[in-house]
Design a binder for this molecule. Sequence first.
Ligand SMILES: [Zn+2]
Length: 405
Amino acid sequence: MALPMQLRYNYRIYPDPAERAALARVFGCARVVFNDGLRARQAAQAAGLPYIKDADLQKQVITAAKRTEKRAWLAEVSSVALIQSLNDLHSAYRHFFASATGRRKGPRIAPPRFKSKRDNRQSIRLTANGFSLRDNGRLYIAKIGDLAVRWSRPLPAAPSSVTITKDAAERYWASFVVQTQDRPLPELDTATGIDLGLSHFAVLADGTKISSPRFLRRAERKLKRLQKDLSRKRKGSNNRAKARIKVARAHAVVVDRRRNWHHEESTRIIRDNQAVYVEDLAVKALARTRLAKSVHDAGWSAFVAMLEYKARKNGRTFAKVSRFAPTSQVCSVCGVKDGPKPLRIREWMCAACGSVHDRDVNAARNILALGRRERLNACGGNVRPERVPAAPCETGTHLGDRKHS
Ligand SMILES: [Zn+2]
């Protein structure tokens, strides 16, 4: 069975000075159109007038605006980018309305806000009629030029859209959306449980312990040092501005490396197991405790989300087991609950059967057993649909699941 999916592929691009200037112009125009549209809708609302329809707003802030002296320069950039920017405003409104009326679940969504020239990230989105891929590997964008791309991996199919972004570290990226038909991997009879521990990043039921690699820890240490440097610089000084860019760059390196590593590990786990069970840590609840920092640093929720969508993509089973199960207290051999174990206890012996357990491996084995049991129960009548990510999105080697707005 092939599942159609939308995947995102990200690549670093290297615009030359002229192209950077052209990009700056189109970023600015897209922002102006977005803000003009927002202002027009807010003014209509304040005057008690009806909500301006999408098509009418486009005529007003793009087509008609280009003919005015004040906005004539909008004609100098790709109209595709301007239309997409306005589409972003339309969907921001739709999400806000859906959230306000309760049609959309989850946290409340705020009304659209004005974009600032000083935003760290700037982007434009182009549909297929606004860009093309050259035979020489360059990315052609109307009224910008042929951009050099570092193709860190091949695109699996023709992209339907691209988002060009300049990030806080002043790097440029092209993020392509590609429709693919995914073929599930051959079926296996293996299953694993994963304990997201504190002494290791993750521990598997077969005893495998995954720790964050040295290159990532090194990047994290460098980031901490630069953050400390920044905090020592005088507010408003030139040195502070320079230090801030250094921090942004180091932060981007940490984020990229961590994501690449999460991709490698999650791909391997999904490839090697037909079923994967993790403890539902409800990271949000945990984030309020003193464990918060290590939880966020380790990026567990991002890692678990990768496992989830890769499982779906490859026809694997993925489930979160109840976080109320005392996975570190129950003996995975005989099933007897041995009593609470403070975090510092890494190894213990079951009083009932004498098995010696590594705390985390035992927890991973219990998660596997719980996952299998819940699955069996589910198949025995009380079948619940598998939870799947709303917008499955594969990220490239460099950028992540960024929301492009
Ligand atoms: Zn036991």
